[in-house]
Design a protein around this ligand. Structure first.
Ligand code: EPZ
Length: 431
């Protein structure tokens, strides 16, 4: 079992390059099957989630050629099936994006129901509502979602809840439906906009992505394209938090500062210095940070995917802070792990009451999910002594070369796969 071994106490200094946005890449990969012409995608993050989705796509006949570590060429002209195998759904949720893409392209999709997850119930009723509004017959059969339509038609759809996944899935199905579709109360995340831009580069007619209303004029076919994925807002935010927590000074490069505004605002509010450049942000901090209140909201509000990292950061601030999780109903599981490091956080329902402590102390802990795992790495970077983090497969779902990038900033951290690695790490640290 791979683990991270971290010796805390070193402020991070230097520059780090942010990769392509995982949550844009997953949607764009699925959408790429909607044309029979070649599609070239650049800035594709090399993370577990995207690699598993590509395996799922190859299982139904999509040809994927790796032109470089972050550049792929896809050929979906010989799809042999519209049924995604259960093994892929168990590994990642985003396989369900194949429903919208296959329904839009070939009028049929069969995908296993995505598993529950460790951050709360993640329903799909809004996805199904959208597909049905477009004329699809959707049924749950033997644990799978089966969606079929002789001919999808446009409609006026009002989402009952702001959902990134449902917005993305319905947008894909609608872009090849006949007629006009209006989708209201949609998600406005950067990755929703990136998918709309990708589909438009293939000849779709989508307007309003990034606003509350998306308007789509269906087209009969989509053509090939070459597209570059936007930088990852959450990876960037994670490194910004790591710089602040370790009282370091880090230039986070290849970002879109506009996407980070809410994170930047909170860091400045608690006493960090943030300098914005065209495609980079510089984060530095010194001394004890101030407290604040945070509530996670759909974009442009504070991202739920940054909630664990912010809570860890506030865990060593000077006083009591409040973090409220309004998107998911069970996203504080990591608090128990943080308590093993001396964190003093009380969770009441969907609110964490954080009493700042002087410092965390190193411990052996387990990553409960992707973003919480990254947050616990940040705790280990500031903790006194050694922290061992198990189950890092979660972190590798969404962060490419996480330990290498942190090492490049001076972190005393390695990925260990054996007791020998761990003993060598401990010897090196002592010497
Ligand atoms: C996407 O998940 C992201 N995943 C999540 O990032 C992110 O936390 C989330 O959006 C919110 O920003 C990907 O993009 C692959 P939602 P998604 O549908 O689409 C409820 C990460 O760390 N809901 O916006 O599943 C749902 O239960 C991951 O990269 C319904 O009730 O999120 C949740 O409470 C973690 N019915 C809320 O809406 C539905 O049909 C938001 O979910 C759909 C959702």
């Amino acid at each position: 079992m791979e683990k991270y071994a971290i010796k805390g106490g070193t402020p991070l200094h230097g520059e780090v390059e942010i990769g392509g946005a995982k949550n844009a890449a997953l949607a764009i990969l699925a959408a790429a099957v909607m044309t029979d012409e070649p599609v070239i995608i650049d800035n594709m993050p090399d993370v577990r989630d995207t690699n598993v989705l590509m395996q799922a796509m190859e299982s139904i006949g999509v040809k994927i050629e790796h032109l470089g570590r972050h550049t792929i060429k896809l050929d979906s002209s010989n799809l042999k099936d519209s049924v995604i195998d259960d093994e892929y759904m168990k590994k990642i949720r985003a396989s369900y994006y194949m429903i919208g893409a296959l329904l839009g392209k070939c009028g049929r999709a069969e995908v296993p129901l995505p598993g529950g997850c460790n951050i709360g119930i993640r329903a799909i009723d809004q996805h199904l509502k959208g597909f049905r509004a477009l004329g699809a017959v959707v049924r749950i059969e033997h644990g799978s979602i089966v969606a079929e339509a002789d001919c999808l038609h446009g409609n006026h759809i009002f989402m009952d809840k702001v959902s990134v996944g449902a917005t993305i899935n319905v947008m894909m199905a609608a872009c090849m439906s006949s007629g006009k579709t209006i989708i209201e109360n949609v998600a406005k995340e950067p990755h929703v906009v990136d998918l709309a831009n990708f589909l438009n580069s293939m000849g779709a007619n989508i307007k309003g992505a990034g606003t509350d209303v998306i308007r789509i004029q269906g087209v009969s076919r989509l053509h090939g394209t070459e597209y570059t994925i936007i930088p990852d807002q959450i990876e960037a935010g994670t490194f910004m938090m790591a710089a602040a927590a370790t009282k370091g000074d880090v230039l986070v490069k290849n970002v879109i500062p506009k996407h980070l505004e809410c994170i930047t605002a909170k860091l400045v509010e608690i006493g960090c210095r943030v300098i914005e450049y065209d495609d980079a942000v510089r984060v530095s901090a010194s001394g004890v940070l101030n407290t604040t209140q945070v509530k996670t909201l759909p974009y442009p509000g504070f991202p739920t995917d940054m909630q664990p990292q912010m809570t860890v950061l506030l865990g060593t601030a000077s006083g009591t802070s409040i973090v409220t999780e309004s998107i998911f109903d069970n996203r504080f599981k990591y608090v128990d792990e943080l308590a093993r490091m001396g964190g003093c956080i009380k969770v009441e329902g969907n609110t964490a009451i954080i009493t700042g402590v002087e410092k965390y102390s190193g411990a052996t802990i387990t990553a409960p999910d992707l973003r919480a795992g990254a947050a616990l790495v940040i705790a280990g970077l500031v903790a006194e002594g050694e922290t061992i983090i198990d189950d890092i497969k979660y972190v590798e779902r969404g962060y490419e070369d996480f330990e290498k990038k942190l090492q490049g900033l001076g972190a005393n951290m390695i990925k260990v796969t054996s007791d020998h690695d761990l003993n060598m790490f401990r010897l090196k640290v002592v010497m």
